[in-house]
Design a protein around this ligand. Structure first.
Ligand code: ATP
Ligand code: MG
Length: 264
């Protein structure tokens, strides 16, 4: 087994088999190995059913792994923990709490003084650009705003890694683009390590320092791609027009298509 890299994420030899009600077994993930450096953004990209959510849930400690090892910041995980923040696809704010109460909820596990806590909560409300909405309830916010509450709530306890399962999947293209830029801004400023799930090639290439392309039946990592895009939040279209980007996109689209055929 490889030594875990310091302060990042190391997944070594992880597999997952589900026992189905019929008594049959389903091998969802087979021998997953990858490393994610600290302060970088990794994207798990692949067709539906390749095990992206299962893998993310295992890293979050919400799903067990029978084989292999998952280490965050050099420590093997043994279940859920405040060292990992999780943002789900469906907006996961508590409807009965206001924005600031939702964000403060993420601090529950930390025993810090009230003044310090208020400062931290306010800092992250500002970071996700929700200043002025502290007293609003989730149903009074748009989908993008609700997802920003979830991001702030996950970041407030200073996790070693932020895990996100298709966080922007339900948003319209313009809001999605704004959220992607905001995420990059936060990652840079707060020095956060992020692992996110996406099935959108453009999103993966734009956000990822490294993209793990997964295949199906069973789910496994087929390619590790380092896009190294010149990122500028002001001119995204220019980035997407770069010929290297177009070439990479085409190659991944072909891989995606052949994998979809496998699963069909
Ligand atoms: N609790 C479970 N019990 C049995 N099978 C499961 C369970 N959870 C997931 N699976 C199976 O594992 C495989 C991977 O599912 P998973 O949800 O991880 O895929 P995904 O890559 O996230 O897909 P999508 O892009 O559609 O969200 C699928 O075949 C699914 O049916
Ligand atoms: Mg999924």
């Amino acid at each position: 087994m490889r030594e875990p890299i310091d302060n990042g994420l190391t997944v070594s030899g992880v597999s997952k088999t589900f026992m189905l009600r019929s008594g049959q077994t389903l091998k969802a993930l087979d021998n997953i190995n990858f490393e994610l450096e600290k302060n970088s953004v990794g994207v798990l990209l692949g067709p539906s059913g390749c095990g992206k959510s299962t893998l993310l849930r295992m890293i979050a400690g919400l799903e067990s792994h029978e084989e292999g090892d998952i280490a965050v910041a050099g420590t093997s995980i043994r279940g859920p923990g405040v060292d990992r923040g999780m943002v789900f696809q469906n907006y996961s704010s508590f409807p009965w709490l206001t924005v600031e109460e939702n964000v403060a909820f993420g601090l529950k596990a930390r025993r810090e003084s009230l003044t310090l806590r208020e400062g931290v909560v306010d800092h992250f409300i500002q970071a996700v650009k929700l200043g002025g909405f502290e007293k609003a309830y989730p149903h009074q916010l748009s989908g993008g705003m609700q997802q920003r509450v979830a991001i702030a709530r996950s970041l407030v306890s200073s996790p070693s890694i932020l895990l996100m399962d298709e966080p922007f999947g339900a948003l319209d293209p313009e809001t999605r683009w704004q959220m992607q830029s905001l995420l990059l801004e936060i990652v840079k400023k707060e020095r956060t390590t992020v692992l996110m799930v996406s099935h959108d090639i453009e999103e993966a290439l734009y956000l990822g320092d490294v993209v793990f392309f997964m295949g199906t039946r069973p789910g496994r990592i087929l390619e590790t791609i380092r896009p190294q895009m010149e990122r500028s939040s002001t001119d995204r279209d220019a980035i997407l027009d770069v010929s290297e980007y177009r070439q990479l996109e085409r190659e991944i689209r072909q891989m995606m298509r052949s994998q979809s055929l496998v699963s069909a």
